[in-house]
Design a protein around this ligand. Structure first.
Ligand code: ADP
Length: 504
């Protein structure tokens, strides 16, 4: 049997290639950051060509470090930053503009108009399309980003209508470059606002309301199947999975049964819970999304609480304030003080995502006094992640009627002991981290391995999950509740900051 499976994780800040063995252990890694392009306040772009070059570089790097070639890989899987939107010329393969990243808020007005248009009789507002696609109207999703490019880049709409300009999220862009096929997987498609959650196909009502021509859209395929054979460093290797990064982490954490869930702490944080083969519609500000679809089996759905800014707040403290020189230093800085000194930091940099979905909110540091020093700010920065997670967990419990018993975690911020302990404290529930922290890549590798028979079934994957660390709550409930009230008060102070004449 071929020895290894590779996964490509095309993330928000970097692209990574990880090679796994049959036990699901990491045997090689390579990673490269790409440029974050900020043309205006609220705008965030990536250069899709730079990303494709970086992906090839990290694949070559990961294979070279292990001294193997494509012939040693049974398959490659893809996982990616979701919603980030790229349009390219079908004939030349060149992007028609920079990719618009998921955090970008330039579609704020368009999104408000789409919601407002519904209020004159059709009802709905922000929830106008929720029944069809499971999502609230928000700048986050791909559909309005496509529409923005069609409206603002000369000549693109006519060419898109003729099928000469193609749309894809990063999975699609990479599969196109690797195999020449224009496809996307069902989890990525479920983040566009253009896919019907029941039929798992593009929906004409959504396409015409948002203004996106069908001719430019990829074919929607299962998350785990062979899409084609790779090229260059991956010549001949089956490209056998695609999953949005958060769905991949759900898969990598082996959350295969209804009620099982995980929280990933990266640039943002994303808590997903498997809800089985029927979509559950949220009444508490969560998203309904596709968790995964293996071959011709029924799709599995998930409820998701998405938080826009968590790890990126630590980067902001490093890059914009210069209080630390690396992300990991935030823990030592926070430990210079015993508590937050009454200071709360709500990082509503691109509005608030779950459970509020307020694009008019902007960030705030509340409770400032002459006593507050940089240690308190560092603590407030870390606590912001834990409180935002608590709000999402509360929404999950309200939607499902079931209280959280344990939280499985992964992602870069889980290296932070202070944060993980505080997370257990504010949830009043244990937090557990698996041995393999790279669950996103692992999930993509698992899905690809299933498609080619490298692993026989999902039960064989469950056996690979092992705990590496656990944090149990110690904070008295009364204290937790007092802090939580203050946090909620600070959140209220961020709302309605943008006025009608603000640009975003
Ligand atoms: P992504 O996949 O979204 O790029 P990662 O899972 O690699 O993210 O996590 C990186 C994020 O975690 C960065 O935003 C960084 O600021 C944050 N981070 C990394 N290490 C720490 C740490 N020790 N404490 C707090 N935050 C951290």
């Amino acid at each position: 049997m071929t020895r290894y499976i590779a996964a490509i994780d095309q993330g928000t800040t970097s692209s990574r290639c990880i090679v796994f063995d049959h036990a699901g252990a990491i045997v090689s890694v390579d990673q490269k950051e790409h440029r974050q392009i900020f043309p205006r306040p609220g705008w965030v772009e990536h250069d899709a060509e730079e990303i494709w070059i970086n992906v090839q570089t990290v694949v070559e790097g990961a294979l070279a470090k292990l001294k193997i070639t494509a012939a040693d890989l049974a398959a490659v899987g893809i996982t990616n930053q979701r919603e980030t939107t790229v349009l390219w010329d079908k004939a030349t393969g060149k992007p028609v503009a920079n990719a618009i990243v998921w955090q970008d808020t330039r579609t704020d007005r368009l999104v408000r108009d789409l919601g407002g248009a519904a209020q004159g009789g059709q009802g709905g507002g922000q929830d106008r399309f929720r029944d069809l696609c499971g999502l609230p109207l928000a700048t986050y999703f791909a559909g309005p980003k496509i529409r923005w490019i069609l409206d603002n880049v000369d000549g693109v709409r006519a060419r898109a209508e003729a099928g000469e300009v193609l749309f894809g999220t990063m999975d699609s862009w990479l599969i196109w470059n690797l195999t020449g096929r224009h496809v996307t997987d069902v989890t990525n498609a479920s983040r566009t606002m253009l896919m019907n959650l029941q039929t798992l196909q593009w929906d004409d009502t959504l396409l015409s309301a948002i203004g996106v021509p069908r001719a430019m859209l990829p074919e929607i395929r299962p998350s785990s199947e062979v899409y084609g054979e790779g090229s260059s460093a991956l010549a001949g290797v089956p490209v056998a999975s695609a999953l949005g990064d958060q769905q991949a982490a759900l898969f990598g954490q082996t959350c295969f049964s209804p009620g099982e869930g995980k929280n990933t702490y990266g640039t943002g944080s994303f808590l997903l819970v498997n809800t089985g083969t029927t979509p559950v519609h949220s009444k508490n500000g969560l998203l309904t999304t596709v968790g995964y679809k293996i071959g011709d089996q029924a799709a599995v759905y998930a409820l998701e609480g998405s938080i826009a800014v968590t790890g990126s707040l630590v980067q902001w403290v490093r890059d914009n304030l210069g209080l630390i020189s690396s992300a990991s230093e935030i823990e030592a800085l926070a430990r210079t003080v015993d508590d937050n000194g009454g200071c709360y930091f709500v990082p509503a940099f691109s509005g608030l995502f779950a459970p509020y979905w307020r694009s008019d909110a902007r960030g705030i540091i509340a409770g400032l006094t002459g006593y507050i020093n940089k240690g308190h700010i560092a603590r407030a920065v870390l606590e912001a992640t834990a409180w935002q997670t608590r709000e999402v967990v509360d929404a999950m419990s309200a939607d499902s009627g079931v209280a959280l018993t344990t939280l499985k975690v992964d992602g870069g911020m889980t290296a932070n002991e202070l944060l993980m302990q505080f997370q257990a404290d504010v949830l009043g529930a244990p937090v557990v981290r698996p041995v393999v922290p790279e669950t996103t890549c692992l999930g993509a590798a698992y899905a690809a391995g299933l498609a080619v028979g490298y692993w026989p079934d999902i039960e064989s994957l469950r056996a690979n999950w092992q705990k590496s660390a656990e944090w149990t709550p110690t904070l008295p409930a009364a204290e937790r509740n007092r802090h939580y009230r203050k946090w909620k008060k600070a959140v209220q102070r961020t709302m309605a900051w943008l006025d009608a004449d603000d640009e975003g």
